[in-house]
Design a protein around this ligand. Sequence first.
Ligand code: SAM
Length: 253
Amino acid sequence: MRVDIITLFPELFVPFVQAGVTRRAYESGQLAVKTWNPRDYAEGNYKRVDDRPFGGGPGMVMLAQPLAACLAAVRAESGLDRQQAPLVYFSPVGEVLNQSLVQRSGQTAGVVLLCGRYEGIDQRFIDAHVDAHISLGDFVLSGGEIAAMAWLDALARLQPGVLHDEQSHLQDSFTPALSGLLDCPHFTRPEVWQDQSVPEALLSGHHAQIAAWRRQQSLTLSADKRPDLLEKARAAGQLSRADEQLLAQKPKA
Ligand SMILES: C[S@@+](CC[C@H](N)C(=O)[O-])C[C@H]1O[C@@H](n2cnc3c(N)ncnc32)[C@H](O)[C@@H]1O
């Protein structure tokens, strides 16, 4: 997938694409990332990319024209139109990012990610060019770059060959294999740390017992921390009778 990112701070993405296991997705070209700075497409000696808001008030607003010129350059180079590479604007207006949205929005040949700054972007550019809005949550960031990185990172780890263990992401929280529930807790060496032992089931070497322990933990953790996920799984018919029995055994808080 080709990923073009329109940002006033392209330097933020340089270390991001070089770190951790996800760098393989970028190095291999599975996610071919290119950043574009709207300042390079601004007019005049000062290369202005923002101006004061009509109607007054604090802050600045990103100008439509440099963004339109920048987007035209992206489309000319990639050869991908809106259907093939939709323009996604990261903004509090958007659908809140979750695993299913990462998967849904990562299926086109390309995507153009638009990172706002200041008070935001001239609405006329948004109305003319934006195909989807994605929010990171109900809080305000200084810019869309962190939201774009969150989306990109979540997508990168789904690419074949990126994680050491191919099965790894299939067992993560929110995935269908876990009925959309939370992942279970994990433990590593030593077996005893500060008087706390690793749960016996995990040391048993007995696959069925380990799987049952993990399923129970996933169910009870979700019941405690994210009852909404449990209800969703139940409504979708993804909880078995054995699951319900495991939940019924859970000590009441
Ligand atoms: C300071 S914010 C603008 C906030 C805007 N005036 C408002 O109150 O909704 C600058 C940019 O950060 C990005 N941003 C802020 N919060 C975000 C969020 N929750 N999710 C995704 N992007 C966000 C958007 O691209 C936005 O244009």
